[in-house]
Design a protein around this ligand. Sequence first.
Ligand code: GSH
Length: 264
Amino acid sequence: MITLYTHPMSPCAQKVRIVLAEKRVAWEPKLINLQQKENLQAWYLKLNPLGVVPTLVEGGQPVIESSIICEYLEDCYPTPSLRQGTPHQIAQMRLWLKHIDIKLHPSCGALQWPLIMRPALLEKTSEEQQSLISQVIEKPRRERQRRLLDMGLNAPDVVDAVRTYAFTIEQMEEALQSQKWLAGDHFSLADCAMAPYFQTLLQFGWAAFFAASPKVEQWVKQVCERPSFISAVSADFPEDTCRELLLLGADAWPIIEQHLQEEK
Ligand SMILES: N[C@@H](CCC(=O)N[C@@H](CS)C(=O)NCC(=O)O)C(=O)O
């Protein structure tokens, strides 16, 4: 049996859950409380030395890093295939995964963290805040969290994040002109990995990001209608959570919209 250490709002964990659902593989969730930094406790660092979710454990062996977990699942459970097509299409698929890991994921964090994680940290004393953040393993993440804690949505990371989202949507619109899915005419790991980053926009009511990109709009609609997305992502967002997130998103929107306008 697979165990997945996860958090409902983690896009990295969501992408793995979508892959598990596409492949109809049974798994057991173990929720990690990111607001309380359970991910930095010694027992968890033994599984995932980077101190982040997700971590998948199968046969007692941990697998970390969401894109690597997705490829691991593809190798272990090849049917239905989420990595098919020509070598060039598979290369394109991996390019999307790389872009998501390196650029889009930190950007999503810069948009989501001030609204979701920051309020819980602000309730602690400044000593507690600094002590928790100083334990974050990777330096770029630690420094980003420090800036986002201090400056919230006014941190420079937020401007960069909006820019990266706009660039990603532009690239997607171009790719989707000639094919149904991101890496060809087959739904692939690239689509599974990208979908959660649109959940983040949708949950905050920020669909304006892609309103002028009809192919992306259509792609989002198709992804959200898939049973895998419904069971792996939407099911974790009960109505009252959705309402709260929309309110948080509406409060933040004037700042985000301003960055978006500057980008155009
Ligand atoms: N490169 C990692 C990134 C994982 C990641 O950033 N996870 C976030 C949640 S989406 C996390 O655990 N954050 C905890 C923290 O920053 O303290 C992956 O793809 O698995």
